[in-house]
Ligand binder design. Structure first.
Ligand SMILES: [Zn+2]
Length: 178
């Protein structure tokens, strides 16, 4: 259990670094065909998707894709911007898989999430700033399943501060929190 907790905590911290918190430069977000080509080149299971008319101009998604698998499968398909899918791929390759192998001796075979695209303001309030979820620029990761069958739950194995998920986003503002 302690190792699962360490894994979850380290994943969370490295996710923040990857978002650019702490002054680490993040790579340029791609868009359109160049982005889709990168997903294909990295063998991500996706299909372009039409989010329709969200009814609010804050809820447009740049190059929307539906993702069912990065390398690890997602527990449920998720709609997000192509740029976020690209970043999720980087997060899996550079953070999740090396850590899972080093700390737990297994690969992550499934990424559990609570949702990505959602036309709403931060923390689902009726007023205030729009959430990065509104543009498909954020995903809430709740845990992982490993190749040995074990599961890492952020609710169980991480700390109380983020309770049940880690919010990974690629928005322009470095809030570095949920
Ligand atoms: Zn979130």
């Amino acid at each position: 259990m302690r190792r699962l907790g360490l894994f979850a905590t380290t994943c969370g911290l490295l996710a923040l670094l990857l978002e650019g918190c702490g002054g680490v430069p993040s790579h340029t977000a791609l868009s359109g065909r160049a982005c889709l080509a990168r997903l294909s080149a990295h063998d991500i299971s996706y299909r372009p998707t039409d989010i329709g008319d969200p009814g609010d101009p804050h809820c447009a998604v740049d190059t929307a894709v539906k993702i069912s698998r990065i390398h690890a499968a997602l527990n449920q398909p998720a709609t997000m911007s192509c740029a976020l899918a690209d970043r999720l791929d980087e997060f899996e390759r550079e953070v999740v898989q090396p850590l899972a192998l080093d700390e737990l001796g297994s690969r992550a075979t499934r990424i559990d999430h609570l949702g990505s695209y959602s036309c709403r303001r931060q923390n689902s309030r009726t007023a205030g700033r729009w959430s990065q979820h509104a543009q498909g620029q954020a995903i809430d990761i709740s845990g992982f399943r490993l190749s040995d069958g074990a599961t890492v739950s952020l609710a169980r194995d991480w700390n109380a501060e983020h309770y049940d998920h880690m919010h990974l986003d690629i928005g322009p503002e470095r809030l570095c929190s949920a």
